[in-house]
Design a protein around this ligand. Sequence first.
Ligand code: SF4
Ligand code: SF4
Length: 441
Amino acid sequence: MQYLGQVLFLLLLVVGFGFFIKNIKKLIRNIKLGRDIDRSDNPKERWKNMIRVALGQSKMVKRPIPAILHIFVYVGFVIINIEMLEIIIDGLFGTHRAFSFLGSGYNFLIGFFEILAFLVIFGVVVFWIRRNVIKLKRFNQPEMEGWAKRDANNIIYIETILMCFFLIMNAADYFLQTQSYTHYNEAGAFPISGFISPIFDGMNLGTVAFIERFCWWAHIIGVMFFMNYLYYSKHLHIFLAFPNTYYANLEPQGEFDNLESVKKEVQLMMDPNADPFAAPAEPQGEPEKFGAQDVMDLNWVQLMNAYSCTECGRCTSSCPQNITGKKLSPRKIMMSTRDRLEDVSKIMDANNGQFVDDGKTLLNDYITAEELWACNTCNACVEECPIDISPLSIIMDMRRYLVMEQSAAPTELNNMMQNIENNGAPWQYNQMDRLNWKDEN
Ligand code: SF4
Ligand code: SF4
């Protein structure tokens, strides 16, 4: 009976981390469904990019108010969880504030955590108001209906509740310390919860100790829940923003990747010295399929992008096609890709890890040709994304499939491509007639 609390705590850790590891394995399996792409080049530049964009949040500062609030929530939440280490040690060994031997350093840390907890609460309350009261446009577009909206609010509620448990736990602990109650030795500084602790004045000390324990357990159970909820949430970016920015495309954004086999053929067509009767070169490393019809045709970085998307809508709010009312939202492109990947994952789970054709594809069932052709390839979405996601790369791969596998480009584009093939220019007239205009009066 003496060790019941410790045994229950160990059980909680095993179950919490067990599910977490299971979800991480599933995440890696799903990302690996994508085609291979080599992003092992230039590691120094990649580390720099990750530190600048993911850790330094450099692309967030373009919009300063949400940037500051996000830094409160992000830094606060991550740093406060360092305290989890102490909670785990206390839980396993039945100690009280195991790191208190650090003395004034410990007092500083606890005081710092409390201020951060307060800033987290302040940040999430403002976030909630922006989403639900002010109803900012980018949080209330069609793709944000249903689960996406609930998910964003759920995280706000979970973070608020966790921080409240943290502060009430400290307030009760501090109160018990001042009363020299049993093992509650003096440890820590409580600049925020010190203002809460007077509510316990006159209360039975056993009851205060129960409140302290209740909040302690609720806090750790909440953290375990949050950790396992992440897989189903847009908040996977808490982890994935780092690999996402490390493996980002470092080439100039306007540069498209060409298919080598096609590039060679075009170069041959345009080379005036090429022998038109020469046997065509043997295709080397030609893909089985041109472009992307389904998630398995995208590369693994694009699939990781889909899991990393924060659904912030910065891309959509700067997309000229979305702004002018076209049926295109780069955020929705990322969300649909993740939805399809999750559906594929569920099919695999139900079939011993094998994918069984369900008659659906990313193209048409999740993303329509109308959305794809609405894009003008301006790159504004890529430029805006705070974690270096490229919705455009998915759009281009899917368009490539439409054109090269299905010849399903819009008529205007088909005409233009036909003209390029026949006349070497997008216009309808023969190359020989190109300079006729100069003879006209
Ligand atoms: S590249 Fe396409 S999707 Fe991205 S902002 Fe421009 S038009 Fe919108
Ligand atoms: S793609 Fe980037 S900018 Fe667009 S919603 Fe996702 S995280 Fe935000």
